[in-house]
Design a protein around this ligand. Sequence first.
Ligand code: AMP
Ligand code: ZN
Length: 453
Amino acid sequence: MIKFFNSLTRQKEEFIPYGKVVKMYSCGPTVYSYPHIGNMRAYLFMDNIRRVLKYNGYEIDGVMNITDVGHLTSDADEGEDKMLVASQREHKSPWEIAKFYTDIFFNETKRLNIDMPEHIAPATSVIEDIIKFVQGLIDKGYAYITSKGVYFDIEKFPGYGKLGGAVDSKKAGARIEVDEEKHNPYDFVLWVKAPKEHIMQWDSPWGKGYPGWHIECSVIGNKFLGEYIDIHTGGVDHKTIHHENEIAQSDSLCSHQVVKFWMHVEFLQVDGGKMGKSLNNMYTLNDLKDRGFESEDFRYFYFNAHYSKQQNFTFEALKGAQNGLKAFKNLVLSHKNAGGQVNQDKIQLYKEEFLQAINDDLNMPKALAVCQKMLKEEKSDNIYQLMLDFNRVLGFNFDKEEKIPDEILQLAMLRWQAKQNKDFAKADSLRQEILDKGYVIKDSKEGYVVNKA
Ligand code: AMP
Ligand code: ZN
């Protein structure tokens, strides 16, 4: 039995999908800048759910949107247009910006070995569908037209606020602009009538314009997954407005509850506080790389906390994760081709314990503890095999041979030459230099081998 915490009911519930194939929607990135490690926590969370479901034998049909239409900075549909700001900053068209950062986003997910959804849909690829969807809401009386665009009328949807709590979501949108044409200050925009100079715009029954932000997720979910979606993921920041609005749009058009499980990942913090441009702490995987960390170290770091809790990122903590992962991998590999076999009952027991942990609302710290306990058993082939099986959930690269950097290979060759020339002082000092850089040399009659220390 799998249990997930459902933000909608505020309870841990047994996960029973609508049908045989799990339909899963994940809010994707706004492609206007480098994704930071906080964003990556949200996609590791998605990966975590997908891998756990697959491990349990489920087939998944998943989709993720890419927000490539300029929407306004804050969830409450005000502020500056992120895509526009980026295109001015980088002297590129919004389309070039979107293409550039979409590629980067995919690259980052690849670096983290993230299991990606079956479909990826940029908002600009579904404009026709958006127009149909909005028209449907107007026809059903849920939306109205003003001089600025088309708005969703929240008074028509009695369930508004059920995810974040009506009061909370209204508070969150408290800085809302005054617009006399709106029926209610919290009504949100579905379609924006664009001023002439707005670069991204399309024809619609309401004049040239572009979609509001919330609508793309309802439309893409509906288009690829249909009217019944098992799981919807995103960061907690989206709970009170974006997801509330998605529910209003989707459930109104379909006349029933569309999403069964709403799942939210808490925020990654840096040095105990918020990440922010002005704080200079919106680290990317490249920033980690520059300081000597692999993306995989961050994956291991992710597993150290439960997704429902804020996780505090520090380079010290990442160092801890890096050491932890190194030790973990060494332990795993020490069982490879070890020759021994632990008895089948024990194997069964570990399998059950691991499954119980991951199925208990993704308790990854517990799942890792089960692995650690298991790896303390005598060195055995079947432990290694079981670890590879668990790794379908963990997603590490146990077996990848360490690539020795060219610089080290060069030093090793110089040392070998020195040794051949009987310059032992030089050979020894080179051996030490190599060791200081974290590598050891083992000589044999045939030559030498370099390994990580
Ligand atoms: P955005 O591109 O701003 O829509 O963000 C992409 C995803 O990252 C969303 O699901 C956000 O909820 C999530 N996110 C943003 N910042 C953080 C953070 N610091 N920790 C965890 N998730 C985050
Ligand atoms: Zn979304």
